[in-house]
Design a protein around this ligand. Structure first.
Ligand SMILES: Nc1nc(=O)c2c([nH]1)NC[C@@H]1CN(c3ccc(C(=O)N[C@@H](CCC(=O)O)C(=O)O)cc3)C=[N+]21
Length: 299
């Protein structure tokens, strides 16, 4: 049976390190890292993520601000808010929660965020830096960065020559994940909905990352014996066994089957999700260190 990777425990270690380094920054330079989270509309799932980000930021000792805007907020109003946050020296990280309402051009909003405050790592400047390997000055998207930390926990820091298959090609997870694995000298394949014989390809992976958003799509017999399986999916599905109208969270991997073959596997919940939030704190801390002209801490 696979080792079950405890994402909550690793995330907590990251948060404790952020907290300690925040204390050092406050003592040495009187600079408090500041994180602004902007949410437009009332999507209940989004509200949950945003409030847990605010809670973690306070736990780290950050200055934390949240802008909750009505669903009718115009694109120009949102652009104006981002401009204000760009100009605010107390703010080192800006996160605009996605998805945005359909009448707002999310791409334009992301490109409005100052790259040096783009702790999501979604701005073209940060995407380009990751693509060209300028990791010292880039922000790397939180979910792939957190997934890499979990992979390193299991396999050590030297991933050289390992075969990695990333299932999913999104700009926020699949593509940056593939770039990080490539930077770590893995042989990387990105699979997607048009990939031929995905089960056979998946079985070649020493590191298998599932980021497709389809509940339990990756089956146990797609997993190479001993592989490291990172499940990025968070899918809410009906759970009639828990009672009428109840639901539960599952990943993109059929966990009960896959844990029999894998060497190590992340659960859902309690795997990648908590790491995403921890790396948001780490990126915000790094931004504050850079703004102070100090060397970037590494995680
Ligand atoms: N600009 C932007 N950046 C984001 O990083 C971003 C976003 N927009 N929009 C929404 C998604 C979603 N997201 C999650 C983070 C943590 C958990 C998490 O900690 N999940 C827990 C379970 C939470 C539960 O029980 O619902 C876990 O996996 O253990 C989930 C989802 C960040 N997102």
């Amino acid at each position: 049976m696979a080792e079950i990777i405890d994402g909550r425990a690793v995330a907590d270690e990251v948060v404790q390190t952020v907290k300690r380094l925040t204390g050092e920054l406050v003592d040495a330079r009187a600079i408090t890292p500041g994180l602004a989270v902007v949410i437009v509309g009332e999507d209940p799932a989004s509200q949950v993520y945003v409030s847990s980000k605010g809670r973690k930021a306070k736990e780290c000792g950050f200055h934390s601000v949240q802008h909750t805007l009505p669903a009718e907020t115009s694109e120009e109003q949102l652009v104006a808010i981002v401009h204000d946050l760009n100009a605010d020296p107390a703010i080192h990280g800006i996160l605009v929660q996605l998805p945005l309402p359909a009448h707002i051009d999310a791409g334009r909003i992301i490109q409005t965020i100052a790259p040096e405050k783009d702790v999501d790592g979604f701005h073209y400047i940060n995407v380009g830096k990751l693509g060209t390997g300028e990791l010292d000055t880039a922000f790397v998207p939180c979910t792939p960065a957190g997934s890499m930390l979990l992979i390193e926990r299991v396999r050590g820091k030297d991933l050289s020559g390992l075969s990695a298959v990333v299932v999913g090609r999104s700009n926020i997870v699949g593509k940056p994940m593939a770039n990080l694995l490539l930077a770590a000298n893995c042989t990387v394949t990105i699979a997607h909905s048009r990939t031929k014989d995905l089960p056979a390809l998946a079985r070649t992976a020493d590191i298998l990352v599932a980021a497709v958003g389809r509940p339990e799509m990756i089956k146990g017999d797609w997993v190479k014996p001993g592989a490291t399986v990172i499940d990025v999916g968070i899918n809410r599905i009906a759970a009639p066994e828990k009672g009428e109208g109840k639901s539960r969270l599952v990943g993109d991997v059929a966990f009960a089957e896959a844990e029999k073959a894998a060497g190590a596997i992340t659960p859902v919940p309690g795997g990648v999700g908590p790491m995403t939030i921890a790396l948001l704190m780490a990126n915000t801390l790094v931004s504050a260190y850079r703004a102070a002209g100090l060397k970037r801490p590494t995680f």
